[in-house]
Design a protein around this ligand. Structure first.
Ligand code: NAD
Length: 424
């Protein structure tokens, strides 16, 4: 049952193969039959669009975009849209599959999808990005829908793009359809608590894992890679629970303070400096390559993919890794992590607080009723804790690491639902 991509990408682990390698182990432990295996491994739909956009200089440029629907077995597909110059189909396929497993792990009634457009949003004007977003929405208007496929923000997109998408979709349908997209601005039907939801979920799962490991938060230290939405919220909420954050990093470099970084102060600095910590004086600069291998109890990769690999995994000193980012650990590093006895709260569990509150946004849109922040946080925390316990119990039952346990929980749920629904 070994899955190999027809054209592997050189010098980089193919993200879809990396996802499939874990899927294969979990499928084998579960004894998944070949038929169901074949159904679950194949994305249901892969759409490639080429959208012409008039640029500010009057010239027309054509942008390539993707939407991959991995599965709709549990319900309408759900997943973000990434704007990046190097986004590619296999990455989108892997991210779409991760969404299927993530929604299944937290037991919300969604399948998985992901989208992307090859573009550099940081060099485009707001007008160009708006025209691109509207053109992409038009190209996919028959795919999207509150009962079919519900996009959300991902790297390079945010509430602004989701508002344009909702507006363009609504114009085509002739009525306002809030629930076609999540991660919208609050005034347009966004949910309270969505912005901090992923970082909050990272904190909740970190606390649950520390409890299992017998670690006392107020006697523990952590380093966090990435100080954007997920990293800075996780840092703030962990610090509030007593964890000393010794190191943080972003694209401008890595910052270290033996006495613990004042996270509120660092966030304030970042907000006043274009979202970056460059020039921050509350900590010393350090080599960014050493952040994840520094002497701390917990590391939280919350930036990009493939940062824990065979190149640095040997040097990791932490007892616990909580994956805020999607795919931060390469498949080849898994074995060494397990040999070292490090607990990993895997991405599909640790960062699922975001999609959970996206689901709440969709529910609120469909009810036409807004929940309070307390209600959102309380329900999200309950779901995160229950999901953690489900995955932990599977890891004990099958004697496998938490990552494989999360895949087992997810695949089991999707496979069982598929059996009840039946095929052709
Ligand atoms: P963001 O753009 O808000 O922040 C990214 C941060 O990472 C920034 O501080 C950036 O400077 C930093 N960064 C980028 N490259 C880096 C590098 N090589 N080394 C160190 N820092 C680097 O993005 P985000 O929303 O916080 O997302 C971070 C990760 O979490 C991504 O993998 C994303 O897919 C995942 N994720 C996000 C959400 C969400 O709700 N935002 C949900 C699930 C998963």
């Amino acid at each position: 049952m070994l899955y190999k991509e027809p054209a592997p990408i050189k010098d980089r682990e193919n993200p879809f193969e990396s996802m499939m390698s874990r899927f294969n182990i979990a499928a084998e432990v579960l004894g998944l039959d070949e038929e169901t295996y074949n159904v679950l491994k194949s994305p249901t739909r892969q759409v490639i669009v080429n959208v012409p956009v008039t640029m500010d200089d009057g010239k027309v440029r054509v942008f390539e975009g993707y939407r991959v629907i991995h599965s709709t077995i549990l319900g309408p597909s759900k997943g973000g849209i990434r704007y990046a110059p190097d986004v590619f189909l296999d990455e989108v396929k892997a991210l779409a599959a991760w969404m299927t497993w993530k929604c299944a792990v937290v037991d919300i009634p969604y399948g998985g999808a992901k989208g992307g457009i090859i573009c550099d949003p940081y060099t485009m004007s707001a007008g160009e990005i708006e025209r691109l977003t509207r053109a992409y929405t038009q190209a996919l208007v028959d795919i999207f829908g509150p009962d079919q496929d519900i996009p959300a923000p991902d790297m390079g997109t945010g509430p602004r793009e989701m508002a344009w998408l909702m507006d363009e979709y609504s114009k085509t349908k002739g009525s306002t359809v809030h629930a076609v997209v999540t991660g919208k601005p609050l005034v347009l039907g966004g949910s309270l608590g969505r912005v901090e939801a992923t970082g909050r979920g990272v904190m909740v799962s970190a606390m649950a894992a520390m409890d299992k490991l017998g670690m006392n938060p107020s006697k523990s230290t952590a380093a966090i890679q990435g100080f954007g939405n997920v990293g800075s919220w996780a840092a703030k909420l962990m610090a509030e629970r007593g964890v000393k954050i010794l190191g943080v990093s972003d694209v401008s470099g890595a910052y270290w303070n033996d006495n613990g970084i004042d996270i509120e102060d660092a966030i304030e600095y970042k907000n006043a400096h274009n979202g970056r910590l460059e020039g921050y004086k509350g900590a010393e600069m350090m080599d960014p390559d050493e952040l994840l291998t520094s002497k701390v109890d917990v590391i939280i990769p919350a930036a990009v993919e493939d940062v824990i690999t065979i190149k640095n995994v040997d040097k990791i000193q932490a007892r616990l890794i909580v994956e805020g980012a999607n795919g931060p650990t390469s498949y080849k590093a898994d074995n060494i992590i397990n040999e070292k006895g490090i607990m990993v709260v895997p991405d599909i569990l640790a960062n699922s607080g975001g999609v959970t509150v996206s689901y709440f946004e969709w529910v609120q849109n469909r009810m036409g009723f807004k929940w309070t922040l307390d209600r959102v946080n309380e329900r999200a925390e309950r779901i995160m804790n229950e999901s953690f316990e489900r995955v932990y119990a599977a890891s004990q039952k099958y004697n496998v690491p938490m990552r494989i346990a999360a895949y087992i929980v997810a695949i089991d749920k999707v496979a069982m639902t598929y059996k009840y629904r039946g095929g052709f």
